[in-house]
Design a protein around this ligand. Structure first.
Ligand code: HEM
Length: 128
């Protein structure tokens, strides 16, 4: 299998690939008993837009997210949410299902899956 770098992902799946991924992710969020209540019910489109923009910038695409919102500072931005291990695991489960659904090429999938799992662990802010 071809070795690719994280920064190559945007040129492979494009904005359209990230769009398909966040749509598959956010379709599951509002009906989720744990995560649904955390997200802004009246601004899921905005949440989708922010996650997509962040991912595009993170994986080699245009830096629109940073231009609009500044440094991602993800731990700070997640501080308002009670992000315990159960929430982390649920988020990763939903993202894994979204990745299954969009079925990116294996070399892309193999970089994105661990990135999400590791970032989600890094964002845990309640250990009790
Ligand atoms: C671990 C479980 C997680 C939970 C429960 C969670 C929850 C949330 C919630 C409720 C928001 C606010 C939605 C909005 O209005 O934008 C948010 C924003 C965001 N999340 Fe997460 N998140 C998690 C993990 C992650 C991970 C792993 C990433 C990145 C790979 C991520 C990236 C983002 C980004 C980029 C935003 C928008 C920040 C902004 O610009 O305001 N989140 N998250």
């Amino acid at each position: 299998m071809a070795e690719i770098a994280e920064a190559d992902i945007y040129s492979i799946i494009g904005a359209d690939g990230f769009q398909r991924l966040v749509v598959a992710f956010y379709r599951q969020v509002p009906v989720d008993d744990l995560l649904g209540p955390m997200y802004p019910a009246d601004d899921l489109e905005g949440a989708e837009y922010r996650l997509r923009g962040f991912l595009i910038g993170r994986f080699g695409g245009p830096q629109t997210y940073i231009e609009e919102r500044g440094h991602p500072a993800l731990r700070m931005r997640h501080a308002p949410y009670e992000l315990n291990i159960a929430a982390r695991n649920r988020w990763v489960e939903i993202m894994d299902r979204a990745l299954d659904e969009v079925a990116f090429a294996p070399e892309v999938d193999q970089l994105l899956r661990p990135f999400f799992a590791q970032t989600a662990t890094f964002l845990i802010n309640r250990w009790e």
